[in-house]
Design a protein around this ligand. Structure first.
Ligand SMILES: Nc1nc2c(c(=O)[nH]1)N[C@H]1C(S)=C(S)[C@@H](COP(=O)(O)OP(=O)(O)OC[C@H]3O[C@@H](n4cnc5c(=O)[nH]c(N)nc54)[C@H](O)[C@@H]3O)O[C@H]1N2
Ligand SMILES: Nc1nc2c(c(=O)[nH]1)N[C@H]1C(S)=C(S)[C@@H](COP(=O)(O)OP(=O)(O)OC[C@H]3O[C@@H](n4cnc5c(=O)[nH]c(N)nc54)[C@H](O)[C@@H]3O)O[C@H]1N2
Ligand code: SF4
Ligand SMILES: [Mo]
Length: 730
């Protein structure tokens, strides 16, 4: 059986990181050393290198951070961190950290600053906020915030009267998937996803590149499934790490997955292989659905997808053989082509045919612990509504649309947006079409960015507020929906090296400056945390010792006594969706062929590397050592035809004439189709505030100027850009 450790090392640089972290010189933090008693300490906390939030234990020797490991009590990591979590020590010592509050001295985007005190920064912000409120109303200040750390800033701004709050995790990430599943089962799959990968006997991955996408629990469970002989089926235009574990690898033409899924469902229905009892008990509109997909045969799908009819039949039969323990993974980053909610709905329906929702080896029912919130006064109310989705243009959007707020900031409709607070999201890289983001910024009276390092968005700010990293602060509690309910504490392990402050302090001080102190009945974060924990029969002292406390898990599956319930209009699984039909959309998903690119161009695809998180880790000294720049995957035969050898540097020019600022090295490989190229997202930083990451590889974000908006929920499909390659002089 493949051990988990070996699996992680299969991800390439993972092994190097583990070794590097163990053998690194001790990381020192002078103020931390002074503050803490001498000797060896093991302090539990939880990771923030990504949103999985694994529970960890940091070892500190004589006040200096030494290493970070998994907390064995943690249901998410089972005591093993991913390479990024292990390399989290480098977040503390990142040389590109912002050291003090910065106030802009020249034009926006010039990245020229004067260091100010926190008091001066708050005074500047408070004055601007008062002016915006007086002229435009408090709704004209928006907050972009990604992750748990934004909790308190959200509270302060809502107390001020802000209503427009969004994260890129909806319209640039998992939104279409969540909406597709909500339309079908009445519920989304959540984060961490409720996927029972560990018990799956057949796992189907449609682009979900587990092993490069390092969401810890999923990768470990994937290794378990592989080790126990589950059938793995992977559809991806690129031979991913996951594909290398598969019995069936389908090198699908990009953008045609919906055709493949419809054909799989056609085989299950026409051959009578689907779970008839399950569909009869829980399904709504099956007959109409079956009629709709009757023409979607494998022969019909073949010219669209490039996947042979016999391969489609064989893989569909394999899925049926293992049902209900066949899990068709819902994906996560699902904003691909603009038809994404319908593709996600098709994935949901395929799972429904296999009877996997609510069943072992499919989708379990997660639970969370009951930890009551803090009793705050009510927020002011507004009658103006939100700006991101005027007139419910995107009728099925279930969260705020970040790009909708950007749009309103450009047009001033339905009302002007004049202030942006940006917490832990690099909007220049995260939102498609950088030029539109910059255009919106030009309309602002105030842009405040809270970040730990000099991100591209910080470069456009009026005020930059430097946050203490996750290793240097308390944070909101993590009370997650998961297979094992738990509550977890983040607590400081070392002190911040300069004048950085934690989010709760920033948010509270700002509230005080705005005259909103009544919204902060607590004065210290310890008081806040203990109050919440006492409400759950726990205490801060206990959590400080243990880091994580687990609750009792209720039944996970129907077969264990979980009662099936579907919060859809029909109270059933909606094979046919009347609400979609009533809103003018296809009640059963239909395939449309993706538009081709200009002749001679390649579709630009992008994804993750096991040792980096988005654009936030490129200057982390531990992780940069494992991977210092990205490469451009190019089909080997095409590379030979173009005379581009491995390692040759090229600039990328997209369909709109945008050329990447920096070059990227060619990786000529059989492991990708000839019609596309692939690169890891997050490299090619342009900000001068990121000297240790600037110019390392190229940025996919720069080239994502086109995007296809999902008409159901406003997601921005970003796999619709095409590039040609311009060799740099060698
Ligand atoms: N072109 C392109 N666009 C994409 C994607 C892609 O692959 N390609 N992926 C999409 C997806 S799936 C997602 S989820 C989004 C992610 O988009 P973002 O959430 O914007 O992700 P990051 O680029 O990591 O930006 C996070 C920012 O938070 C900062 N940060 C890190 N830790 C802290 C902290 O403790 N406190 C504070 N205050 N700041 C911190 C980092 O320095 C960084 O500037 O992007 C989406 N956009
Ligand atoms: N190491 C690491 N892990 C991460 C993150 C990170 O930054 N670093 N970010 C996390 C986040 S927020 C997210 S959302 C996830 C994102 O990770 P996932 O949800 O797994 O995937 P995507 O980024 O959408 O997809 C990238 C994969 O899809 C393939 N692909 C591209 N186009 C198509 C297509 O048309 N059809 C098919 N079938 N495949 C296609 C690409 O070749 C690539 O293998 O990763 C998470 N995990
Ligand atoms: S998956 Fe990795 S980076 Fe994400 S929280 Fe867990 S250990 Fe940290
Ligand atoms: Mo994401």
């Amino acid at each position: 059986m493949l051990s988990r450790r070996r699996f992680l090392s299969l991800a390439g640089a993972g092994a190097a990181v583990t070794a590097a972290a163990g053998g690194l010189p001790r990381l020192t933090s002078t103020s931390a050393a002074a503050a803490r008693p001498r000797g060896l300490e093991r302090i539990p906390t939880f990771c923030d290198l990504c949103f999985w939030k694994c529970n960890a234990i940091a070892t500190v020797e004589d006040g200096a951070l030494w290493k970070i490991e998994g907390n064995p009590e943690d249901p998410l990591s089972e005591g093993r961190l991913c390479p990024r979590g292990t390399g989290g020590t480098g977040a503390h010592t990142d040389p590109d950290r912002i050291r003090a509050p910065l106030l802009r001295t020249h034009d926006r985007g010039e990245e020229r600053w004067t260091e100010v005190t926190w008091g001066e920064a708050f005074a500047y912000i408070a004055e601007k906020l008062a002016a915006i409120k007086a002229t435009h109303g408090p709704e004209s200040v928006a907050l972009f915030s990604h992750g748990l750390g934004g909790t308190f800033l959200k509270h302060t701004l809502k107390a001020y009267g802000a209503v427009n709050v969004a994260a890129p995790s909806f319209a640039q990430c998992r939104g279409p998937r969540d909406v597709g599943f909500e339309l079908t089962f009445g519920e989304g799959v959540g984060s961490p996803e409720r996927t029972d990968i560990r018990n799956a006997r057949c796992l189907v991955l449609i682009g979900s590149h587990l092993g490069e996408n390092m969401h810890n629990t999923q990768v470990q469970e994937f290794a378990d499934a592989v080790g126990s002989g589950a059938t793995i089926i992977v559809a991806d235009p690129r031979f991913s790490i996951a594909a290398s574990k598969a019995q069936h690898y389908l090198p699908i033409r990009p953008g045609t997955d919906l055709a493949l899924i419809l054909a799989w469902m056609n085989v299950l229905v026409t051959e009578g292989l689907y779970d008839k009892d399950y569909v009869a008990a829980h399904g709504f509109g099956f007959e109409a659905f079956a009629a709709e997909i009757a023409t979607c045969t494998p022969e019909w799908a073949f010219p669209e997808t490039g996947i042979e009819p016999e391969v489609i039949r064989e893989t569909a039969r394999e899925m049926a053989r293992h049902r209900p323990a066949t899990l068709v993974h819902p994906g996560r980053h699902s904003t691909w082509y603009g038809d994404d909610t319908q593709r996600s709905r098709a994935i949901a329906l395929l799972n429904a045919l296999l009877g996997s929702w609510g069943r072992k080896g499919g989708f379990y029912q997660p639970a969370s612990m009951n930890v009551p919130g803090y009793p705050y006064p009510p927020y002011p109310t507004s009658t103006r509504g939100k700006v991101d989705n005027p007139g419910k243009k995107y009728p099925f959007a279930s969260e705020a649309i970040s790009t909708g707020i950007r749009e309103a900031t450009i047009t001033g409709q339905p009302y002007p947006i004049k202030g942006w607070f940006v917490y832990a999201t690099n909007l220049i890289q995260a939102l498609p079409n950088e030029a539109e983001t910059i255009k919106a910024i030009q309309n602002l009276d105030l842009l405040v960015v809270v970040d730990v390092i000099g991100s591209e968005i910080a470069g456009w700010a009026d005020v930059v507020l430097p946050e203490a990293t996750y290793l240097e602060r308390y944070d909101e509690l993590n009370v997650e929906l998961f297979r094992a309910p738990f509550v977890a504490l983040r607590q400081p392990v070392v002190a911040p090296p300069h004048d950085q402050k934690p989010n709760w302090w920033i948010a509270r001080e700002l509230a005080v400056k705005l005259g909103l102190e009544r919204y902060y009945p607590w004065t210290t974060i310890e008081e806040y945390l203990d109050h919440r924990l006492q409400g759950a029969g726990l205490s801060l002292d206990l959590l400080r010792q243990k880091g994580v406390v687990r609750g009792k898990a209720p039944p996970l599956y129907y077969e264990n006594g979980l009662a099936p319930a579907f919060a859809t209009p029909s109270q059933k699984i909606e094979f046919y969706s009347v609400q979609l039909k009533d809103a003018g959309f296809d009640p059963v998903p239909r395939f449309t062929r993706p538009a081709p690119g200009p002749a001679g161009s390649f579709r630009l695809l992008f994804g993750r590397a096991p040792v980096h998180s988005f654009g936030r880790t490129q200057s982390n000294p531990v992780l940069a050592q494992a991977m210092s720049e990205n490469e451009l995957w190019l089909n080997a035969a095409v590379a030979a035809r173009l005379g581009l050898a491995n390692g040759r540097r090229v600039r990328l020019r997209n369909q709109d004439g945008v050329v990447s600022t920096f070059g990227i090295a060619i990786r000529a490989t059989e492991a990708i189709r000839p019609d596309c190229v692939y690169m890891v997202h997050g490299f090619g930083h342009t900000s001068r505030m990121r000297p240790h990451a600037r110019g390392r590889g190229a940025s996919d974000s720069q080239l994502v100027t086109a995007y296809a908006t999902d008409p159901l929920m406003g997601g921005t499909g970003m796999n619709v850009n095409f590039v040609t390659l311009e060799p740099e002089p060698s």
